[in-house]
Design a protein around this ligand. Structure first.
Ligand code: CTP
Length: 402
């Protein structure tokens, strides 16, 4: 993906041990297609050298407002005018306090103050000891900086370089990258609650065996991420998959179809959009054995009988909230053939306004896919692309229908 293609960042480093993570962040931004101009405070240069940051960004680093390389000798103006965003990572407690007061006694704070506030967003990745982070002064500063228009990227929690454990670590570079990419996505679902089911279900035969399917959960996880990028409050009900949780969403892990229904129904009561991507097993063993089923030596396989699982999508689509149009339901259909006809028939059968068809065997586990959107007026194809790209297009389509 090149989610930051064409974007230019000023990456500002203030003093803190998290400067070592700024090197990786710089590289991650560039890998995602961005260009990066590094600006460092004098304190930052105690933690990491300008040489490292120059080599990674492929540009000379700026550190002084008296830098004579600029013909007009105004790096604070020139650098901030060409940026799509200024990202301070790490942003120390001291640097937050400086920003708050509009201090401008060295290049980085001077540049932040001089930035065109409506055109160049300021993103802050705080990094400090847990006591410093929890201090009322820091919390007050953070709230005021947000009120002044800065975007606070939050902090991580865990082991700190000082030996203490708690909140205040700088987020890891991949986490920052995900949040920065999200920041630039249009907020088409701001204020909406989105509920997504994803992955396969696992239906137990006995304590060690069960029936499942090849769904990887990737499409559903991508939709959850895209909805969060679009500003929604997202809950993801996930069957057994080994995928990392997208940033900023609530994940509920479940195993069987019945578990998934139990987790989904209460969430659906307050959701505005429900997207059912889960490949729910249609059948489960009528009674799971409490003990591992053993071979009895006769060579005869055990006889399994099955019960139909609840249809989660159809159940949600029949709820009062969906009937009153307060909840917009979207189904998925994994088909092996006759996609258009099967998807349209399934949409009507499930009672949903929008159904998204795809060819199951061609997509399970893959990172890309192609989608067919089917509604009461007809159908539209979203051509093959990465699942995240498809998810963003689907989210935009859903947002238009609300
Ligand atoms: N679905 C569900 N609960 C089920 C079965 C399916 O919520 N017990 C949802 C899926 O999440 C998907 C849609 O219904 O959004 C269609 O799933 P699919 O497996 O394609 O359809 P089925 O109803 O199982 O139809 P069939 O197996 O006959 O194609």
């Amino acid at each position: 993906m090149n989610d930051l293609a064409g974007r230019h960042f000023v990456l500002g480093l203030s003093g803190g041990i998290a400067c070592y993570k700024a090197a990786e962040l710089c590289r991650a931004l560039i890998k995602e297609g961005a260009t990066v101009q590094v600006v460092m405070t004098e304190a930052a240069e105690h933690f990491i050298t300008a040489v490292t940051m120059q080599a990674l960004s492929n540009r000379p680093v700026y550190g002084s407002q008296w830098d004579s390389r600029e013909p007009n000798n105004m790096p604070h103006i020139n650098l901030s005018r060409e940026a799509d965003a200024i990202l301070i990572a790490p942003c120390s407690a001291d640097f937050m306090a400086k920003l708050l007061h509009g201090r401008a006694d060295e290049l980085l704070s001077l540049m932040c103050l001089a930035r065109p506030i409506d055109k160049v967003p300021l993103l802050l990745a705080p990094a400090m000891n847990r006591e410093m982070w929890a201090h009322p002064a820091t919390q007050r500063n953070m709230m005021q900086l947000a009120a002044d228009g800065a975007h606070i990227l939050g902090v991580g929690s865990g082991f700190q370089a000082c030996g203490e454990t708690g909140d205040g670590r700088m987020l890891e570079p991949p986490e920052l990258l995900e949040d920065i990419i999200a920041f630039f996505q249009p907020k088409l679902l701001a204020g909406k609650r989105v509920l997504v089911t994803a992955g396969p279900t696992f239906e137990a035969i006995d304590p060690v065996r069960g029936i499942t399917n090849r769904s990887s959960g990737k499409m559903g996880f991508a939709i959850a991420r895209a909805a969060r990028e679009a500003g929604a409050d997202v809950t993801l009900v996930a069957g057994p998959v080994s995928l990392p949780t997208p940033r900023g969403i609530t994940r509920i892990d479940v195993r069987s179809a019945e578990d998934m229904l139990r987790a989904t129904m209460p969430q659906a009561q307050s959701a505005d959009v429900f997207v059912a991507t889960a490949a729910v097993a249609d059948w489960r063993p009528a009674s799971a054995s409490d003990h591992k089923i053993k071979k009895d030596g006769s060579g005869k396989p055990p006889e399994l009988t099955f019960t139909e699982n609840p249809d989660i999508l159809a159940t949600v689509a029949q709820s009062a909230r969906a009937k009153s149009a307060a909840l917009f339901c979207v189904g998925f259909a994994a088909e092996s053939h006759d996609l258009a006809a099967n998807a349209q028939a399934k949409r009507v059968r499930k009672g949903v306004p929008l159904l998204v068809g795809n060819i199951g065997p061609a997509t399970f586990g893959a990172d890309d896919n192609a989608l067919l959107l089917v509604d009461d007026k007809g159908m539209r194809e979203i051509p093959r692309a990465s699942k995240l790209q498809l998810a963003r297009e689907l989210v935009a389509d859903i947002a238009q229908r609300l």
